[in-house]
Design a protein around this ligand. Structure first.
Ligand SMILES: Cc1cc2nc3c(=O)[nH]c(=O)nc-3n(C[C@H](O)[C@H](O)[C@H](O)COP(=O)(O)OP(=O)(O)OC[C@H]3O[C@@H](n4cnc5c(N)ncnc54)[C@H](O)[C@@H]3O)c2cc1C
Length: 451
């Protein structure tokens, strides 16, 4: 029997969830390999943290790896070694992200590792180049090894900028030890989203008492989660394909209507979630551009919400004067006289310079996908195996996740999954979206293997 070898580049949440979807139906024709450059799979950018205060920002009820078994994660929690120590009596709880890393490893365990059936292979190393040949794809690793596969899926995740050691500037996901910030030292955080919140909570837990100034263009903080009862939205009610102004007006009016019925804007945002990708795809290129410029931040602070525990810590930090939030456009981040310096233009037009012992750059996620710390994406672009979308959000992929070559043809062998496909799907960073995308891609790849 001919077996189809599917190689997934990246063993973060997307790679592991796809592998589980490919293998759980016991299709004997599939042979799956994950190439991961970190020491272990299941961590990625989001779940590599060991900080107990770095919580999931999604309730346990929504974190199953399998859309057709939505309680899978909550059931696993109840039987896991974390069951005793976690205060998670109902699925509305928010657990530490490191627990989710264990869950992802449990999801992969039936297929890999000592107790697995051996159908999932994990190769440690960095994929630095891919070359498509008529018979398959050669996957080149940084140490000179080459793996051959019939199909390759890029699950390389977020573009993470690299930071020079020994400077006053660090990235968003460092531990307190890596940050090396003294208890009384001052900190400026660039960005006021969920990563800023993580850093504030982490610093306070580590006993930091120095001032923290967080700055972003609008100075908006993510909203907090609260129980919601999603509205029943018929697709016919949603203004697909309209302009951004009309869409925003509709959102405001519908949220007011929900509030008038004793509900909340969350009921609308949560109801829209399953339609968010279709909404994005229905927008003309210019509407997408306008959305990114004028509406993205508002959508994100309502959509990507923080856990109640994190909100409490941030509220306390503001109340006791440790944390202040500024609105302004950051012009540059540099260093002078042994300090980090952030220059910004405030919303009133005035320039301001923030000088601190340490600068934490929490703006890292939406960068040019070719600018990250792996050469792979840049090389794919250079050789014409891939291209960026016109807005520079991510790799250009079609609706079946096939990577589009520079000449506009979709690849038959190279696919992409998760945040790298943001340009086509937009809302594709969180698990509830990634698991649906993984299920669909796994189904298509399995069908191809049996065709
Ligand atoms: C801080 C943070 C918190 C989050 N919290 C939540 C949450 O609570 N709930 C939720 O639903 N979503 C959350 N998310 C969304 C999160 O993005 C996804 O859940 C998930 O992490 C995306 O997984 P990924 O595997 O696509 O990307 P990543 O997590 O970025 O993993 C990509 C993996 O690919 C590897 N890799 C990259 N390039 C190569 C290469 N060339 N060769 C080999 N390996 C490579 C990397 O080492 C990495 O392990 C969070 C995101 C972040 C950043």
């Amino acid at each position: 029997m001919k077996r189809e070898r599917i190689l997934i580049v990246g063993g973060g949440a997307s790679g592991v969830i796809l592998a589980a979807h490919l293998l759980r139906d016991a299709n004997p024709r599939l042979d799956v390999t994950i190439v991961e450059r970190r020491p272990a799979i299941g961590a990625g950018v989001a779940y590599g943290t060991d900080e107990p205060d770095h919580l999931l920002n999604t309730r346990a009820a929504s974190m199953s790896a399998f859309p057709d078994d939505p309680d899978h994660f909550f059931r696993w929690l109840g039987t896991s070694r974390h069951a005793e120590s976690l205060d998670c009596a109902d699925p509305f709880c928010f657990v530490p992200r490191r627990v989710y890393r264990d869950y992802l490893n449990a999801v992969a365990a039936p297929f890999a590792g000592p107790e697995g059936d051996g159908r999932l292979h994990v190769v440690a190393g960095e994929c630095v180049a891919l070359r498509e040949h008529p018979g398959g794809i050669a996957v080149e690793l940084g140490d000179g090894r080459t793996e051959i596969a019939g199909t390759v899926v890029l699950a390389t995740g977020h573009t993470v900028p690299s930071f020079r050691a020994g400077t006053h500037r660090s990235g968003p996901w460092c531990s307190p030890a890596e940050l090396g910030i003294g208890p009384a030292e001052s900190v400026v955080i660039v960005g006021t989203g969920l990563s800023m919140i993580d850093n504030v909570v982490q610093l306070r837990r580590a006993g930091h008492r120095g001032t923290i100034t967080a700055v972003s263009r609008r100075g908006l903080l993510p909203h907090v989660h609260a129980p919601s009862t999603p509205l029943r939205l018929d697709p016919a009610d949603i203004p697909f394909g309209t302009g951004v102004s009309f869409l925003l007006r509709w959102l405001r009016e519908t949220a007011r209507w929900a509030e008038g019925r004793g509900g909340d804007w969350r009921d609308l945002v949560d109801a829209l979630r399953p339609h968010a990708q279709t909404l994005w795809q229905s927008m003309a290129p210019d509407a997408r551009r306008r959305f990114l410029r004028h509406a993205r931040t508002f959508w994100e602070v309502h959509r990507h919400r923080m856990a109640p525990e994190a909100e409490k810590a941030v509220r306390e930090a503001i109340a006791d004067g440790q944390l202040r939030i500024l609105a302004g456009r950051v012009l540059d981040i540099g260093e002078a006289d042994g300090h980090g310096v952030v220059r910004l233009r405030r919303r009133d037009g005035e320039k301001q310079e923030l000088v601190a012992d340490h600068v934490i750059d929490c703006t890292g996620i939406l960068r040019d996908p070719a600018s990250g710390d792996t050469p792979l994406v840049g090389r794919l672009l250079q050789q014409g195996s891939a291209r960026l979308d016109p807005l520079g959000l991510g790799l250009d992929v079609d609706r079946d996740c096939a990577v589009i070559h520079a000449d506009g043809t979709p690849s038959r062998r190279l696919f992409a999954l998760g945040p790298v496909t943001r340009a086509q799907f937009w809302e594709i960073t969180a698990i509830p979206d990634i698991r649906v995308q993984s299920a669909g891609l796994a189904r298509r790849l399995a069908e191809r293997a049996t065709a």
